[in-house]
Design a protein around this ligand. Sequence first.
Ligand code: F6R
Length: 615
Amino acid sequence: MCGIIGYLGRKRAKEILLEGLRRLEYRGYDSAGVGTVEGDGSLAVVRCVGPLDALVEKLSGWNLAGTVGIGHTRWATHGAVTEENAHPQLSADGSILLVHNGVVENFASIAIFLAERGYRSRSETDSEVLANLIAYHCAKEPPQQGRFLDGVRRALLHVRGTYGIAVLGKDFPGEMVGARSSSPLVLGVGDREFFLASDVAGFGSRARDAVFLNDGELVHIRENNFSICTLGRELVEAALEAVEWQEALVEKNGYPHFMLKEIFEQPQALENAMRGRFSADGSSAHFGGLRMSPRELRQVDRIVFCACGSARYACLAAEYAIERFARIPVEVEYASEFRYRNAPMDRNTLVIAVSQSGETIDTLSALREAKRKGYRVLAVTNGVGSSIAREADGGIYQHAGPEIGVAGTKSFTTQLCILTMLALYLGRLRDLSFEEGAEIVQALKDLPRLAEETLRLDEAIRALAVHYASCQSMLFLGRQSLFPIALEGALKLKEVSYVHAEGYAAAEMKHGPIALISKDCPAFFLACDGPMLGKIQANVQEVRARGADTVAIACAGTCEGEPFANRVLTIPRSHPAIQPILATIPLQLFAYHMGVFRDCNVDRPRNLAKSVTVE
Ligand code: F6R
């Protein structure tokens, strides 16, 4: 959601800003713009609606030579998708240029205050109000060093809401100010050049070090240095972290789309997620960053997961594994609901926030709410240095590598993998036997190889997608730990092919959704090996009897002879602990090919954002 990039250095800002915006495209946007401080001190702004190519085209008519600038990809919240509402936003007096990610909740009352003082908004955005508020406060500051920073700081003291901002001032040509409150902002430090971005991808290997700003902090960048302070004017020592960025990971490397590349990266991503995390005796897992002793973990008598979207489905699958291996009761909450629900919880409840980006505002807010009430919160995230990673009491990184496709693929399967390992670890601290633990460890070790084998279904699934490309609606059905995978299969299809899909617990189908069954509504069944196989095969027959096409994902060796569904996709036979991970892969491939055949932008589906930083 909204991407911010800022540059202050010796090179022409325009190209660096455009490159940064390209790298941030994956976050999702509907309009874009850049603004620079030009040699004569003027502020130049170029914005337009639509893809970045349109901005590049428009910019070709502009001779921007400034070496200080800011850029933005906007995902509309306040105000329609128009050029006027795109960023950067220029203050009414032309003195301040701002890009903003987040929502100013009290913008209406600030706008009235400012209008009475001559600062009238032209756009419908809360961000223009913020630009005006900063202009108003900068104008009030006495002419002294630090006036720009103080003006921004004073303005922010009046803001209620969330923001990551980068600000330029007409009267402060060699300066840039950034600030954050619940919307990510990271400073990149290069060789006598600085960057500001919503995430490291914005500058990648152009910067040597990164400083992740904390909430309530401002960064003041000048030509040769920078400083960080709080809204209360206290200086903060910058925690520099080396930028480890491999450009190859954010390129398509011969694949037509990032989504397909990331689906095929899963064997490696799973390997990376597990590396160094098995116990020496081969029966358990261990994690370096939990910051909880085995004794403390044994005292946990309830786990509450908070997450959104696919991450929440990974938690639903983990619920089965944790309850089975560790016998700890688990609840899975929509992070957005948990935050306001005020659910009563016991002292020994452990809260786990799961988020690939580590920046989803609902999950971050749920984490904060749980911490405020005194619960210990762990995080599972792919976002190294993300807000959720930094604010949790401890956690586990997914190590899936950057995911550019908006629809989560390798981020989801690595979450499943990490949570299965966590279930194993908790189980081995309690009642799970050595033998059972060792079996699960072996299954996990086999996982990358079996994922590789499963990917060989690609051609068959492509053919299946040709067959179903014109479908309007589909059902995805599974039982037990495969039920959340059915939910994920339906979500993936909706996201990338815009085909309506529903995921259901297979037996629950009879309590309503069966009314949808017809020859125009095919059903996917997750019919892997295990005690539920007979039951789910019976569910397949119920659907076939009503004339619908059925596709089953089944384990090798379990469906010889007459196929029990119209079409069967065979995945390798495996331990039940890893079946949810393997069964996900064909569903991802199916959604991908459906999206491609239906001419959808599978990497950046309409209206979606990779990192949802507004409530
Ligand atoms: C689905 C998808 C979303 C995310 C959700 C949470 O493909 O990507 O449903 O899972 O927005 O995002 P994170 O995991 O970043 O908190």
